[in-house]
Design a protein around this ligand. Sequence first.
Ligand SMILES: *[C@@H]1O[C@H](CO)[C@@H](O)[C@H](O)[C@H]1NC(C)=O
Ligand SMILES: *[C@@H]1O[C@H](CO)[C@@H](O)[C@H](O)[C@H]1NC(C)=O
Ligand SMILES: *[C@@H]1O[C@H](CO)[C@@H](O)[C@H](O)[C@H]1NC(C)=O
Ligand SMILES: *[C@@H]1O[C@H](CO)[C@@H](O)[C@H](O)[C@H]1NC(C)=O
Length: 671
Amino acid sequence: MKAIGTLLPLIGLALAQTGLAPKKYLSLPLGTVKPSGWLMDQLKVQTNGLAGHEHEFYDYVSQTDWVGGNSFYSNLEEAGSYWFNAMVPNGILVNSSAINAKTSAFLSYVLSHQDSTGWLGPEVNTTKPRYLWGRYPFMFGAIQMVEHDPSLTDQVVTALHKFVALANTMLHSGKGVESWTATRWEDFVIVLQWLYDNHPNGKEDLLIDTMKQLKYTGVPWEKVFSAQYFPTTAVEHTPNPFNLPLTWHGVNMAEGLKALPSTYRFTHNQSGIARSWQISFSALTTGELLDLNAASAGWDLLFQYHGRPSGIFAADEYLAGLEAVRGTELCLVVETMFSGSYLYQVIGDPKFADRVERITYNALPATLTGDMWSRQYLQQQNQIAAKNMNPNPFPNDGSYSNVFGLEPNYPCCTVNHPQGWPKFISNAFLTTPDQTSLVNIYLGPFQTSTTLSSSNPVSVTVDTQYPFSDTLTTTITAAKAFTYYVRIPSWVVGGTISINGATAKAVNPSNGLQAVSVGAGTTKFVLNLPAPITTESRPHGSIAVHRGPLHYAFDIARNQTVLTKNSQQPLAVDLEFDATVNWQYAIDPATLKFNGGSPPSTLPSPIFDSGKPPMSITATACPISWAKAGDTFAASPPTSPACTGSQTTIKLIPYGATKLRIGEFPVFKSN
Ligand SMILES: *[C@@H]1O[C@H](CO)[C@@H](O)[C@H](O)[C@H]1NC(C)=O
Ligand SMILES: *[C@@H]1O[C@H](CO)[C@@H](O)[C@H](O)[C@H]1NC(C)=O
Ligand SMILES: *[C@@H]1O[C@H](CO)[C@@H](O)[C@H](O)[C@H]1NC(C)=O
Ligand SMILES: *[C@@H]1O[C@H](CO)[C@@H](O)[C@H](O)[C@H]1NC(C)=O
């Protein structure tokens, strides 16, 4: 510090930037990007399943007002707020008049019950303590509604500004923050930034001051996600250095991934002149990284030490390390997807988009039944049974956590999981900040229409069965020429593009994006994005198998027992799954072979269940001894096991379609 004291005034000058730093890419209003093909079918499966029906029968959300009086966090009101955040985009994207009527009624109820102080939520006319967090998912939902229907702007924006004024006063007087709010402050910062960017109404200073108050009353995410403090193993025996155990809670971390990029927008802690000064400043003094670098490095630490081949990380309540038997909570799956989309929009590094796509096409569907009526609380990479576990492999969660059901272990994921698919869809296309270009970030069947700057109406259709196919046909119509971008995932090898029927050429992406010059009129291009089979090293010398966006696992044949049935909705069942075949195999990585070059013209519905995806990978395998704990979970994969029988061929299928599985295999040499 002392040595460079003379530089401080200069740095102060460089830092004296005002306003919010720009994002690299802008999202489009809800409803602009629509799913088609198998992806629309998947969203309809969700709508016909638990997500689209829970408000009719599930007491946690079936009340008509801002629900949550029976919340398991007795001081938070999460149920209605989570449900609303998810079902606003779900209802709009499938055009469900029933769901849209319900979300509209919810919005009206909440806004019309705002009290004179500005407070929103059920703590009106009661002595319940007022904590801020429960409102954040509600505000995300309200923003999506306004973007879809601008006629709602005045009433929502007015209510939000009234609430912000109250929240600012509360924060300045040390009120409104308990331990959950302290970790989830970034969600409110993002709401404030939406107001600042779109409807500041002369309140810029108050908005920025509230962002700062949230950060300074909240947990120090820059430290939690720093190499210095980051836990490199499961944390149940590690004292939390911040004395705030909730900083290592999986859902909080998934949400907290947004903290540093959202902070950067108001600290400018990496931009313009400040950047070069700060880099030398940091390097010279503390060695601390700047907010954006810290966000990116923190993301990498999370997956390095707790990552899963399915794309997600493990936290069975708290960070759970690399062992294949440990759990990943469904809520953190959908929150990480949402955070990854935001990180991409602020930072522009394609690694965020690659991982969100992997999580969406693997970890998300794996943890619900194919019909999306039953969901787990925790999924496992190696999951040989889904049942009430004895012994229980999860140190901080109940033995019922991996049952597929209505509300195993906790109810939160029943109301929160439906945001996964709709928000992935909404964030699949972005524009550049000057809005001259459209950027297709997530690959899949989509259509979108928007008007780019200088009055350029464009529409785009992506016709594909990706990720169940390597080929995507994109048709664009535009009034004027512009540059279109499409993401080329990092796993693609030998990808080609053919524009308007010309000979296919090798793709040549820059920072993960392929530029395509689009003229006025119609442009059509075909991408072929093949990928080799790859293997990933996992603990105990085991491996995981990937090809392109999909992770492949051995689908353990199962039978099922209905454990309970909801009294009002017989489709809402709790299911136990037990293995009916042996799953104890080692595989020879040299023998992996991909089958399924040309998928059928239509895919089965639902697609994410045993035997449904049109492709597989075969492997030469041999039976081995592999211990179980009780009859419920597999021990760690044995290292260098001996074969106990003759070689055979086993079939691996996309992980998202497996409900019981081996995803991390011991290896052997077949010859
Ligand atoms: C949405 O559904 C309504 C009827 O509920 C219908 O009038 C409208 O055309 C539909 N919109 C789209 C885009 O399909
Ligand atoms: C709070 O209670 C008062 C008195 O009963 C009532 O007039 C008012 O409408 C209530 N406010 C809300 C927001 O429910
Ligand atoms: C810049 O960001 C780093 C990492 O998040 C943080 O430690 C540092 O305090 C920030 N500096 C300022 C001036 O906000
Ligand atoms: C499921 O299969 C296992 C193994 O074959 C068997 O022990 C069990 O009784 C079966 N359960 C049901 C409900 O069929």
